[in-house]
Design a protein around this ligand. Structure first.
Ligand code: CJB
Length: 812
């Protein structure tokens, strides 16, 4: 693969490990157990075995990693740099094992040792460096870029504490710090030689017609690299995470010597804070200096690293766009434009216009949300304080734009009401702006950037999100993966459109039976895991109805739990009516400061307590909410689902990616015409999708109707019965007012139109039950969902980024 290279008299190819036989794998494992972990098979704990296994697998990841890196340098290839404040990786061990083609060997070797590979792999903590969809998307894209051989780096922050751990006390969410780095992280390589100073605050003065910024504070960004192995062992890329370290001059030795130990250490503590915690807010930006500083920390270190790497083998920065594509994952790294312009102008002598043109050719911006509270903006005062030179550049960009395009309509510009609008900034410094589903992209054009779109009609493009089938089928659902391979041959893992071939088997009862068996196995696995890890007992033969995602009013977990109450009431009224047994499964975290979302969590848990204890209904309805939903829990829940709840208020979910994972695992969707649901429905066919609810345009119109909530509730007997039960304290005995806030919101404002969509949702849920009773029909629908969702592979999305935005050809 790579050319033979000799360095220090060593032929580097000599170091390459051959593909291991089981015996070689076993020796390697035991060798690491003894010489790396420092224990022996007699005393090794699960942790020790997991570490030994990780090092054994990691050894094998290095060959594709080195050879891909060498090839990129030797062939002077263009690279993609994916800047993201979040990478929601989850576990790495099993993923790397599968991508390196070593799972069968590993399972066999552990079997021979009398140990269970899955049990050992389950010991790994999730790398939870993200909140939800945006972070998980970044992780899927890294994996796809590696699989496709697209030379790329992911740049992020090495948060000491990832997303908080959730537990329930009395049904309420309680947060505890997450500590994934407490034990060794075998996947990370520290690169102390790759450290960059990142400056904050200070002054800008003009010297000889140039602006000179002297930061008041400086921290060091130190690189920690993780290999990201593509499927098939041919390529690996790097996830480079920055850790903040104090630079030597931050420590005030004078103060320390004078005995003021705490004050002397303060600036040092501030520096470390930058990579201390992941902001736990999903889709809201908080106007916090720390958050802005974190964003700049990531961006500045990454941009410096990118420019340094380019200049190692090139001397003309004007050709940067031929070799570098930087993708900004939402506006969080949107300071990349001003930062690159600053480096070009202040350090490399470019004129302003040339620097802007160059930066714009290099940068792309992905928009992930239209929620007003999520559209980042920073006050001019804060910008001036934290990043004074960047504010100058933004003001200059704003003036330049106004001059170039003549008088601007009201509300257009980078700075409005003393706020720097980061979306607009990202737009004007990017050559392409993309939305994440067809509907979302239309709304980005129409509602978010109408003026900029008419000035630059070629800039906004759509790239519908995707998910990696390696993690979301091969890893998460081995029985389904095996059936796919048995039916279609291998190769579907990297060519997911091949799933279409399943359509030929949908009339075959034996195939349907085999398909049904994979679902049963997934349910059994989930039921076992819920019992062992959460003390929750669920029947294995019920309809599993799952809603897992962040808690947010627009995602409408509230509508789901209200319907669950309505369903319970109906069963109680007529227990013998032939109900389909259902397990309603919820999972997800609320931002710690989001009170309404936390109330909804508590309501779900309160309803679960009452319903699950009801002897009249307990065989027909269970509500379960395992705490601390994360990537590895998703890997267990999604394969077991029959029904996927994608019920957001239309126009509010940019895309969704859980919706794709469920469909690929044979769950049917009950959903609104929102985000990528629209495209999923087009692909699977309207007959194989449970559609309900208002459309995005109808949502806008309905919100303008006075008293729409009250009117809808008054029309719905089912909804009134539910609200009455809550108001009477059925689920909060002795405290009927516990959910007064939710009830008041539902009657009087209901921005997310729970009441307006309730009856339509209810009718559709009843259609779900009727369909489920027709076993063959359901099975056919489920198979067609798998067969027709190959489009939603992240390989397809990444290919579109490569050709429409990054202008890069993959190396494989
Ligand atoms: N999204 O997870 C987040 N966080 C944000 O701050 C903004 C958006 C989600 O991004 C996903 C990936 O594009 C989308 O599928 C999802 O609809 C959106 O809410």
């Amino acid at each position: 693969m790579s050319e033979s290279l000799e360095v220090h008299g060593v032929d580097l190819d000599d170091l390459t490990l051959p593909e291991p036989t089981p015996e070689q794998f076993r020796r390697s494992l035991l060798h690491h157990l003894q010489y790396t972990v420092g224990t022996d098979p007699e005393h090794a704990s699960k942790f020790d075995w997991r570490m030994a296994l990780s090092y054994t697998i990691r050894d094998r990841a290095l060959e594709p990693w080195f050879s891909a890196t060498r090839r990129t340098w030797n062939e002077d290839r263009k690279r993609v740099y994916y800047l993201s404040m979040e990478f929601l990786i989850g576990r790495l061990l099993e993923d790397a094992t599968i991508n390196l083609g070593l799972r069968d060997v590993a399972v066999e070797v552990f079997d021979r040792l009398g140990l269970d590979f899955a049990d050992i792999a389950d010991d790994e903590p999730d790398a939870a460096l993200g909140n939800g969809g945006l972070g998980r998307l970044a992780a899927c894209y890294l994996e796809s870029m590696a699989t496709l051989g697209c030379p790329a780096y992911g740049y992020g922050i090495r948060y000491e504490h990832g997303l908080f751990k959730q537990r329930f006390e009395g049904g309420r969410q309680v947060e505890a710090p997450e500590d994934w780095l407490v034990t060794d992280n075998p996947w990370s390589f520290t690169r102390p030689e790759s450290a960059y100073p990142v400056g904050f605050r200070g002054e800008v003065v003009e010297q000889d017609g140039r602006q000179v910024w002297t930061p008041q504070l400086q921290v060091l960004a130190e690189a920690h690299d993780t290999p990201v192995v593509g499927y098939g062992r041919q390529w690996a890329n790097t996830l480079r995470l920055w850790a903040a370290k104090p630079s030597a001059d931050l420590f005030d030795l004078e103060r320390f010597n004078a005995g003021d130990f705490t004050a002397a250490a303060e600036p040092e503590a501030w520096a470390r804070t930058l990579s201390r915690v992941l902001y736990p807010n999903d889709t809201t930006s908080r106007g916090k200096e720390l958050r802005l500083s974190q964003e700049y920390f990531l961006t500045s270190a990454s941009v410096q690293d990118i420019v340094r790497r380019y200049l190692e083998t090139h001397d003309d920065l004007r050709r940067l766009p031929e070799y570098v594509a930087i993708q900004m994952n939402d506006t969080h790294p949107a300071i990349a434009g001003p930062e690159l312009i600053r480096l070009l102008v202040d350090d490399h002598g470019f004129g302003f216009d040339a620097a802007v043109d160059l930066s714009t050719q290099v940068l792309g911006y992905t928009n992930h949300t239209l929620l007003p509270e999520a559209l980042e903006h920073w006050s001019v005062g804060l910008m001036r304080k934290v990043l004074p030179r960047h504010l100058q550049i933004i003001e200059q960009l704003d003036r330049r734009d106004a001059e170039l395009h003549g008088p601007r309509p009201e509300g257009v510009g980078l700075i409005l009401d003393d706020q720097v609008k980061m979306g607009d900034l990202a737009f004007v410094t990017s050559h392409k702006i993309n939305g994440v589903s067809a509907l979302h992209t239309d709304l980005v054009r129409r509602d978010l950037f109408p003026a900029l779109d008419s000035l630059h009609p070629d800039r906004i493009v759509n790239v519908t999100n995707g998910v990696t089938p390696r993690r979301w089928i091969a890893l998460a659902n081995p029985p389904l993966a095996q059936l796919l391979t048995d039916t279609l041959g291998s190769g579907w893992e990297t060519d997911l459109e091949r799933l279409r071939g399943l359509e030929d088997h949908v009339d075959d009862p034996a195939f349907r039976e085999a398909f049904g068996a994979t679902k049963r196995q997934a349910k059994e696995r989930l039921a076992g895991w819920l019992a062992d890890h959460h003390g929750i007992e669920v029947p294995k033969d019920a309809l599993y109805d799952v809603q897992v995602k962040r808690l947010h009013e627009y995602k409408r977990q509230l509508m789901n739990i209200l319907w669950t109450i309505a369903h319970w009431q109906r069963i109680k009224r007529d227990p013998g009516a032939g109900w389909v047994p259902r397990v309603k499964i919820f999972g997800g975290k609320a931002a710690p400061s989001y009170d309404m979302a936390k109330d909804i969590i508590r309501l779900i848990n309160d309803v679960a307590a009452v319903v699950n204890a009801d002897p009249e209904t307990r065989d027909l309805l269970q509500v379960v909410y395992p705490a601390n939903y994360n990537v590895s829990m998703a890997e267990k829940l999604i394969p077991a689902a029959d029904l996927s709840e994608q019920i957001s208020t239309a126009g509010m979910e940019a895309s969704g990616t859980g919706n794709m994972k469920f469909a690929l695992n044979g769950a049917l969707t009950i959903g609104t015409l929102d985000g990528a649901n629209v495209e999923i429905r087009e692909h699977v066919g309207a007959d194989n999708f449970f559609l309900f609810g208002l459309t995005a345009d109808e949502v806008t119109a309905r919100r303008n109707e006075p008293d729409h909530a009250r009117t809808a509730i008054e029309k719905s007997q089912a909804m009134r019965d539910v609200l009455q039960a809550i108001a009477e304290g059925t689920f909060s005995p002795g405290e009927p007012n516990r959910y007064g806030g939710i009830l008041d919101m539902l009657w009087n404002s209901d921005w997310f139109l729970v009441a307006s969509d309730f009856d339509s949702y209810d009718e559709t849920q009843q259609a779900v039950d009727r369909t489920y009773l027709d076993h063959e029909r359901w099975q056919r629908m489920a198979i067609l969902n798998v067969a027709r969702t190959g489009y939603f592979s992240s390989d397809r999305s990444v290919r579109e980024y490569m050709s429409h935005i990054w202008n890069i050809t993959p190396a494989l």
